[in-house]
Design a binder for this molecule. Sequence first.
Ligand SMILES: *Cc1c(COP(=O)(O)O)cnc(C)c1O
Length: 351
Amino acid sequence: MSRFWSPVVHNLDPYVPGEQPKMANLIKLNTNENPYGPSPKVLDAIRLATSDTLRLYPDPNATDLKQAIADYHQVAPNQVFVGNGSDEVLAHVFHAFFQQQAPLLFPDITYSFYPVYCQLYQIAHQAIPLTDSFEIKVEDYFRENGGIIFPNPNAPTSRLLDLAEIEKLLQKNTDSVVVIDEAYIDFGGETAIVLVDKYPNLLVTQTLSKSRSLAGLRIGFTVGHPDLIAGLERIKDSFNSYPLDSLAITAGVAAFEDKTYFEQTCQKVISSRKWVVRELEALGFLVLPSEANFVFATHPENDAAELSAGLRKQGVIVRHFKQQRTEQYLRITIGTTEENQQLLAMMDTLI
Ligand SMILES: *Cc1c(COP(=O)(O)O)cnc(C)c1O
């Protein structure tokens, strides 16, 4: 606390990122990072760009990256906005579209950054409860609102909503912006980007942090109608004209070009997830159906906080949220085959 803080600073309740402990030999399954490194072609591109040209400012429009994303998703470059991680993209989205009379709607159990942005930008919001089985029911969003946002698959529940349901929502909800946060879509879902030409109020955000193994570089983007994108560019150029550095732009392009590596690593994570789910179930866990690179699991006879603490003692970190409806659940990131085996072996000693 400081007497120099503006009033708004006093009232903030900032997001708490998952731990990034410095200890060696930890099995880190707490922040949904990819267990595999980025494509070797991405690393080559970064090495090549590490030169005297770093004295120059990067392209403020990240033109090459927008083009690569547009090509990959078969949209036009003016339908793409890029930012320093999808967190920054989301912050601009909240700022640009959600300061409305009616409340922004999002699930009661969801990405915990959403309420933080609401506080920062003073956005009225209303939490819509997930069903008892932690599903999003789109009918619950058929009400007056100043915007709608949820991740698909949802986090931390890992449950996917199919495209038909999202389209049902878009057909009903035409007067406010609908944002689908697809941080985990590449691990088993179908992107809603295919709907952006049909629904001018739809924005679909994605990140290179998870499925493209580049959390350390901070690259996120959103795809939507050019008018929505133009609004975001106005915010961006009133805030920071160079959110992506030149290494990130180069690396991002290379990441989209190496489709084979991307598909192979996603496939490996998906098959590991199936193994982890089977093994957790064999230990008596109830595991929600997951289409993400993590699972959300509860054990009927073991307290989640105690399990989390027990794992930590043995060097395995998973995420435990103290929120009421989910306090008996653990969110476990899918690791390498070896990490997953160690997780299960240690879990076996705790149950
Ligand atoms: C990880 C995550 C993000 C943030 O991704 P960055 O691009 O790393 O900022 C956004 N939304 C959800 C739901 C996430 O899980």
